[in-house]
Design a protein around this ligand. Structure first.
Ligand SMILES: Cc1cc2nc3c(=O)[nH]c(=O)nc-3n(C[C@H](O)[C@H](O)[C@H](O)COP(=O)(O)OP(=O)(O)OC[C@H]3O[C@@H](n4cnc5c(N)ncnc54)[C@H](O)[C@@H]3O)c2cc1C
Ligand code: SF4
Length: 331
């Protein structure tokens, strides 16, 4: 494991100050929250910070459900959020996405902020034996393009990186128009979750819009009648402890036998959590007839580009959308 110094600041202000001086990305000073991703990366030498600033005990971990919607403290664990009665009842897609993630041990330890900021599972990023990885070593190339790319993205890719975003939670949240509260030395701001992660473009090593030292302090989800009728469908290689090959989050408000509004997002296929507004627009006013659902789902393939081994995802994601929408609508 890469050696490091662990800083235990007494409050969040001190943590922000320690981290802010260290620069934007893969910096010599980094935060650690639950540590479930960071420690793996240190073990693999994929990240080599000199210091880790612990956020343990410094972040709000409350879970609040009210008329305005849902608020999740950045330090709440995956297990706590998944088991919260208000989340299960009013935002089932969030609870389901979390329960389909990782293992009970990981979920007991991992936090909301850390989940959104976990790094890609691209094996070339995590295995430093491969030299070509623009995300880990900018300018070195991309071993996945032309390599083994069954796990990689088909949407939002560039010629510099095709890594899929790994978080299941983020897919459910982006479907529900979640926002992220951020705090840095310069103050506080709120951004839509859809804008938190960046497309790889020419700079895949810059993964988010966070400024150096900024911390995710909370996630908010506005109240929406569609959220109650929601479902997370995850297709994976084995039934537990596995990341998504393809996933779909669907949230549906019905008007009699027709869909009044739909919220749909995809995981395992995008370089960031991938909302599909064109599918949502086609679903509005549609019946649950399978032809109508398939026609709407087909629009998700706009702009999709397979790289060989992952071509199958383009059809699979359409099927996942149909199944997620049907299941949500009948909930
Ligand atoms: C075996 C295994 C299986 C897994 N399977 C899945 C899965 O199926 N689906 C899935 O979605 N995930 C899965 N995961 C990933 C897991 O969800 C993440 O490791 C976890 O959510 C990260 O949270 P953490 O608090 O431990 O973050 P850490 O590991 O502590 O940190 C992760 C990153 O976030 C940064 N960070 C942490 N908190 C904050 C904050 N509040 N503000 C700013 N930066 C912060 C850290 O600096 C670091 O870069 C799996 C993990 C393991 C180990
Ligand atoms: S897909 Fe991205 S993370 Fe994977 S090897 Fe290519 S540049 Fe690195």
């Amino acid at each position: 494991m890469h050696p490091f110094i662990l800083e235990r600041p007494r409050d969040l202000e001190a943590a922000l100050a320690l981290r802010a001086q260290a620069g934007r990305n893969d910096a010599p000073v980094e935060y650690i929250a639950g540590g479930t991703d960071m420690v793996q990366l240190l073990q693999e030498y994929a990240r080599r910070p000199e210091r880790l600033v612990s956020l343990a005990g410094l972040l709000d971990n409350r879970i609040e459900v009210g008329p305005q919607g849902l608020r999740l403290g950045g330090g709440a664990t995956m297990a706590e959020v998944a088991a919260h009665p208000g989340v299960i009842e009013q935002f089932p897609v969030i609870s389901e996405a979390l329960l389909e993630s990782a293992s009970p041990q990981v979920r007991n330890q991992a936090t909301m902020g850390g989940n959104l900021l976990q790094r890609t599972r691209c094996p070339y990023f995590r295995d430093v034996g491969y030299e070509a990885c623009n995300k880990r070593a900018p300018g070195s190339g991309c071993a996945a393009i032309g390599g083994e790319n069954r796990w990689h993205a088909v949407l939002g890719t560039s010629d510099n990186c095709i890594a899929a975003h790994p978080s299941d939670l983020a897919v459910a949240l982006v479907a529900l128009d979640a926002e992220v509260e951020i705090r840095g030395v310069g103050g506080q701001r709120t951004v839509p979750l859809a804008d938190l992660h960046r497309l790889p473009g020419d700079t895949p090593h810059f993964e988010t819009i966070l400024e150096p030292g900024e911390v995710i302090t909370a996630i908010t989800v506005p109240a929406n009648p569609a959220a109650r009728r929601s479902h997370y469908l995850k297709v994976r290689d084995r039934a537990s402890f596995e990341f998504a090959v393809v996933s779909a989050a669907g949230a549906i408000e019905m008007d009699g036998s027709r869909i009044r509004q739909a919220r749909v997002a995809l995981g395992g296929v995008g370089t960031k959590p991938w909302r599909v507004p064109q599918v949502e627009a086609a679903l509005a006013g549609a019946s649950l007839d399978s032809t109508a659902l398939q026609q709407a789902a087909a629009l998700a393939a706009e702009g999709a580009q397979g790289r060989g081994h992952n071509d199958f995802k383009i059809e699979l994601m359409q099927r996942a959308i149909v199944r997620a929408v049907e299941t949500a609508a009948r909930a």
